[in-house]
Design a protein around this ligand. Structure first.
Ligand code: ZN
Length: 245
């Protein structure tokens, strides 16, 4: 893929400046991912729907105490409201993924609206932390095969689903959530949770320690897929945009 293919035209247009993906990222054939193809004892914890003003910082404390890096699929309008929490996520080594601007059923939207949901969110993340998500997760996991291919083609973003779902949003109780997560972990698992539910946060110490006791280590989504460490990617504006600013 040539350099121009790495640009994000929709994002550039909306932001009034071009934001380029780093030249070293290549999603290759990763269009839809539910788990990483690895035999290593490695899992990716993912947290959707935040940032939440009080629960997300509590979760960050829990992760920090264990030196665990996770991936946050953030909602754009929450990023615009709580940019400092997103900054803290990045400062502490976590990866940010795109979970749309207002959490709609994307299957009910046309391509332009889908891309707008993603671009507005990437812009908000860029504004907060001067980098952009390289993967997306559709709300409710709802995205057609054609839409997944369209997003991959237009924005070079793989759709990241999951292989372990504790159904924490049904609030079955912290212990049940922890047991489901620990019991479900396999090499390469991508584990779904939501950092907007109190019982989920309460479940995390037991869930994380349980996974670790089974011999697993934690990675962000990009890392578990064998890509560059998102936190170490170099982000740059093309020359013409730098000149303008
Ligand atoms: Zn969600």
């Amino acid at each position: 893929m040539g350099a121009s293919g790495l640009l994000m035209p929709g994002l550039a247009e909306a932001a009034g400046s071009k934001i380029a993906l780093p030249p070293d990222i290549s999603n290759e054939r990763l269009i839809t991912v539910t788990a990483a193809p690895t035999q290593r004892h490695l899992v990716a914890m993912t947290f959707d729907d935040g940032p939440h003003p009080t629960l997300t910082p509590q979760l960050l404390d829990i992760l920090k105490a264990r030196r665990i890096r996770a991936t946050f699929y953030v909602i754009g309008r929450n990023v615009a409201r709580y940019p400092d929490i997103v900054k803290r996520m990045v400062d502490e080594g976590h990866e940010i993924g795109n979970h749309t601007w207002r959490h709609p059923f994307l299957t009910q939207l046309g391509s332009n609206s889908v891309l707008r949901e993603l671009d507005r969110t990437s812009e908000a993340v860029y504004k907060a932390v001067q980098r952009i998500p390289v993967t997306m997760r559709p709300p409710y996991g709802a995205l057609s095969r054609n839409q997944r291919a369209m997003i991959h083609k237009e924005r070079d973003m793989p759709t990241i689903l999951w292989s372990v779902d504790p159904e924490d949003w049904r609030r079955p109780g912290a212990q049940v959530v922890a047991n489901r997560i620990v019991g479900g972990a396999r090499p390469g698992s991508i584990i779904l949770s939501h950092d907007i539910h109190g019982p989920t946060i309460k479940a995390m110490p037991a869930a994380l320690d349980g996974i670790k006791d089974h011999g697993y280590k934690f990675a962000t989504v990009s890392m578990i897929l064998g890509q560059r460490d998102w936190s170490k990617m170099r982000w740059r504006l093309p020359r013409e945009a730098r000149a303008k600013s």
